[in-house]
Design a protein around this ligand. Structure first.
Ligand SMILES: [Ca+2]
Ligand SMILES: [Ca+2]
Length: 145
């Protein structure tokens, strides 16, 4: 039953993305089993200009408050593979665009502690300038690498 729901979401996301000409989201990648839950220690970055906004370090997930990777500060997140990370309260239901510089997918959850089905997945080394296209604007509460 769970698998069926995930497949339907994936199909919807792919069609939306195909239309938008971007390629950030749902692919048929196996989600790792969740080994534990931890609070995410975010690296908060003040972005005074566009150059700073474009600099998302390797092996990080960067979240931005607004579309098109804008809003200052933004946050850079290091995730432990297989561990669910809860976003701090200040960044809960906050992200509107993302960059994933991991060579693995990152799963985004609406609920804390990666409970329930994931609502969105960021493909390896992808970015998404507007999470609204995937119905996930200001929803992200926890993340799984
Ligand atoms: Ca936002
Ligand atoms: Ca949420």
């Amino acid at each position: 039953m769970k698998r069926k729901v995930a497949l339907i979401i994936g199909t919807l996301s792919l069609s939306t993305i195909g239309f938008a000409g971007l390629s950030p989201a749902a692919q048929a990648v196996e989600k790792p089993p969740i080994q534990g839950v931890e609070e995410i220690a975010v690296e908060v970055i003040e972005a005074g200009d566009v150059t700073a906004l474009n600099a998302c370090s390797n092996n990080r997930l960067c979240l931005y408050e607004h579309d098109n990777f804008t809003g200052s500060p933004y946050v850079q997140i290091q995730l432990a593979q297989g561990y669910c990370g809860n976003l701090p309260a200040a960044y809960n239901n906050w992200a509107s665009s993302q960059k994933n510089t991991y060579n693995r997918s990152v799963w985004f959850y609406d609920r804390a502690s990666c409970a329930g089905a994931h609502g969105y997945s960021a493909a390896a080394e992808s970015q998404d300038k507007d999470l609204t296209n995937n119905g996930f604007d200001n929803k992200t509460s926890s993340l799984l690498l």
